[in-house]
Ligand binder design. Structure first.
Ligand SMILES: Cc1cc2nc3c(=O)[nH]c(=O)nc-3n(C[C@H](O)[C@H](O)[C@H](O)COP(=O)(O)OP(=O)(O)OC[C@H]3O[C@@H](n4cnc5c(N)ncnc54)[C@H](O)[C@@H]3O)c2cc1C
Length: 536
């Protein structure tokens, strides 16, 4: 890509208008920087624009999963439910875009297809699918950790005559399954949310399961007015307390600071039950070692399996729905009536763990050694997470280094924010940071604020580029691996490891250290003049 002379000059080019890109644009403008967002879809919202499947909702309470950067915004916005559903989250993203006048800084329906670093000018030359080009001092990838849907290459899928829907690419017009026989492939978070609702509509629902999911009840409902008033009376304090939590949320019910095996079986049961009644991720905080000690973890896993057996009336189905892997090793699902759905007479569960889907045909599929017929197919097969979106781009750093070569064995980076060989490029909520284990809006705000301070630091000193050193990057990669080894996360195949995508390098991508420690490290690096980065 030759640097086009007609390319327009920017301080920042931001890719993506989800919560990451919106806040980055606002922040850049506040600093007087000339910034532009490229967004492939026609509107803002990112995740909440694309994932419109029935039942899509946040699994962190909305009073927490929302921006904290503006006191008036957080006071005036009113969530209707404890866990907002996708339409409300999308309205929120649109409200933020309007309230802060961001739309004129976003080029919608414009996909960034490539960016090459011009070493002489120390600028990025960025191109869109519409043939436009921009020069930017800084390139900010706010393109999302879960924004490339995984669409498995099933044999014969094209032969299937009915509609094929992916949860992450759901149609914008209403989908009505009334009277239909529907098949759902996959039982991860999206499936767990969608299945109870599809089951109520469809004549017949067949769920194809490779790995059973742990799900804790959301206990969703209208937002408690008393709680809302209490939080809003000191929202800044509430946010600060959440930022001190391991996942950037949950200060309303902090983890119990006691190991699971230090108490009696009856006390454990009581602690799990209390947390189960609270709902959502509260269960994982019942003891302080559930995600670091396999024996402790097994006590919680058994508790959930007992709940499944007590809920699902057919013992064979209950057995099939009971996961055998470590609890929380794959993201814990938060559900509203998932296991109960399998008591319905119109729902059946098919195990494809031993005999996978062989091929699709005009009327359905052959799998588990049998033929199945259905009218519509829902793929709830997740994402090529954390790296998928960037690895599809023609992104080249110094010396023409391609991101595909740089990351051929896994996403090397420093602090999750910078990549050696790719100066002036910042990544928001990507691999190497705690984002996947946190309330992602907390992670996003932290990254945007850090990037903004970094740019201010460079500009105040007349410096033009910043790049992670290879040495710092190697140290950070080892740090991310070592953090994972101290947890239970390496004990199963998950998207954190890239295991859901055939051929993807196996590397534990998110940082399991906890948000407070990670944020501290980022602050220290900045305080030491961006130690580990080369500034010029
Ligand atoms: C179904 C679902 C539920 C989730 N629930 C939670 C939750 O409960 N709690 C939580 O903390 N997190 C949750 N997440 C994670 C969620 O992705 C983040 O919370 C957050 O929305 C990420 O915001 P983002 O701006 O970083 O990325 P995104 O929201 O993914 O936005 C990225 C944007 O970049 C655009 N884009 C990508 N590539 C290009 C390109 N080349 N050119 C132009 N535009 C491009 C995309 O179209 C998209 O609009 C969930 C994710 C999913 C999929």
């Amino acid at each position: 890509m030759n640097p086009p002379s007609a390319a327009r000059a920017l301080d920042l080019l931001i890719v993506g208008a989800g919560f990451g890109g919106l806040y980055m644009l606002h922040k850049a403008r506040r600093m007087g920087l000339h910034a532009l967002v490229l967004e492939a879809s026609p509107s803002v919202g990112g995740t909440w624009y694309h994932n419109r499947y029935p039942g899509a909702r946040v699994d962190i309470q909305s009073l927490e999963y929302s921006y904290s950067f503006d006191e008036a915004l957080q006071q005036e916005w009113r969530w209707t439910e404890r866990y907002a559903a996708q339409p409300e989250l999308l309205r929120y993203a649109n409200h933020v875009a309007d309230r802060f006048g961001l739309r004129d800084g976003i080029r919608f329906s414009t996909r960034m297809i490539g960016a090459h670093f011009d070493e002489a000018a120390r600028e990025w030359v960025v191109r869109s699918d519409l043939g436009e080009a921009w020069r930017a001092r800084f390139l900010v990838m706010a393109s999302g950790p879960l924004s490339s849907p995984n669409k498995p290459d099933f044999a014969g899928l094209r032969d299937f005559e009915g509609p094929v829907l992916h949860t992450a690419d759901w149609p914008h017009e209403p989908v009505d399954f009334s009277g239909q026989r529907v098949a759902v492939v996959g039982t991860g978070s999206s499936a767990v949310q969608a299945i109870p609702i599809i089951a109520r509509q469809a004549r017949e629902l067949t769920v194809f399961q490779r790995t059973a999911a742990y799900a804790a009840p959301a206990r969703n409902g209208p937002l408690n007015a008393e709680l809302e008033a209490r939080v809003k009376a000191d929202y800044a304090g509430f946010r600060a307390r959440n930022r001190r939590m391991h996942g950037g949320f949950g200060s309303l019910l902090p983890p119990n600071p006691v190991p699971a095996l230090s108490v009696s079986a009856a006390q454990r049961q009581e602690a799990f039950e209390q947390r189960w009644q609270v709902g959502g991720f509260a269960l994982l905080g019942a003891f302080n070692d559930l995600l670091i000690d396999l024996k402790a973890n097994e006590t919680a896993a058994q508790f959930v399996r007992e709940k499944i057996r007590a809920t699902v009336t057919d013992p064979a189905t209950a057995q099939l729905l009971s996961p055998s892997h470590t609890l929380g090793c794959k993201r814990l699902c938060v559900d509203s009536g998932y296991y109960e759905t399998f008591n319905r007479p119109n729902v059946r569960l098919v195990d494809i763990s031993r005999e996978p889907i062989e091929r699709f045909n005009r009327k359905g599929l052959r799998g588990a050694g049998r033929d199945f017929e259905f009218d519509a197919l829902v793929l709830a097969t997740g994402f090529d997470a954390m790296t998928g979106t960037m690895m599809r781009l023609d992104l080249r750093g110094r010396g023409g280094l391609r991101i595909q070569d740089k990351w051929h064995a896994g996403p090397l980076n420093y602090l999750g924010l910078g990549i050696a060989g790719f100066p002036n490029l910042f990544n928001i909520a990507g691999p190497g940071s705690t984002s996947a284990f946190t309330n992602v809006i907390v992670a996003i705000e932290h990254h945007v604020d850090w990037i903004a301070e970094c740019i201010a630091h460079l500009d105040a000193r007349g410096l033009r580029s910043i790049e992670a050193s290879e040495q710092a990057e190697a140290g950070w990669t080892e740090h991310v691996n070592a953090s994972a080894r101290r947890t239970v996360f390496l004990s199963c195949n998950s998207w954190y490891l890239g295991a859901n995508i055939p051929g993807k390098p196996r590397m534990f991508m998110p940082l399991a250290d906890g948000f407070p420690r990670y944020a501290d490290q980022c602050t220290q690096v900045a305080a030491k003049g961006y130690e580990g980065f080369v500034l010029q």
